[in-house]
Design a protein around this ligand. Sequence first.
Ligand SMILES: [Zn+2]
Length: 224
Amino acid sequence: MTGDGRGDAGPVRVIDVSAPLADGLPAWPGDVPFRRVVTESHDAGDGCEVSHVTTTLHAGTHVDAPRHFGAGAPAVDELDPLLFLGPCRLVRVDVPPRDLVRPEHLEGVLDAPRVLVATGTLPDPDREFSRDFAALAPETVEALAEAGVRLVGIDAPSVDPFDSEDLPVHHALVRHGIVAIEGLRLAGVAPGRYDLVAVPLRIAGADASPVRALLLPPGTIRLS
Ligand SMILES: [Zn+2]
């Protein structure tokens, strides 16, 4: 989805790279799927519309806080919001399903503090959970850390492979203080430089939060 936001500087092209949060959005097997319940509605003659949701915090496009895998590690509300605002690099890698994104895939392009990796290995992520997504190799986290990357995003529902038990990538990210955004929707988005906006909700003490992830033209966000 794209749209035009109009500010003082004129129209800005906005690319929405987040999953729509709607009933039917697949959750990780065994986790609580997103569901919205309307308790008051205009159709029913109520004066207003009121709804609530039940959902895993790992629904659709979401930030994993270090707390997710590190006992005592920062929760989502303790992360610096500026991590989620600013220059990023979108990289499209050619990996088969179930394979790993390795350091060589990212050679020469780790030139931004935020890196988003498009694997293209999920055929229909808004309607069907696939176990065959490509994930990151643990060595890739070392390469990201060496390059000064603070945030890594991926179009897969996890940075580790589906059947990983010891979750080495999650742990390596926590060790290096790199936060992860999982479940990005990057199909059809051109690789290159952008500014990212993907701030998590301030959910106290939480392991994760859904985010609205947007790509803006590079240089749109000026924080200093
Ligand atoms: Zn997650």
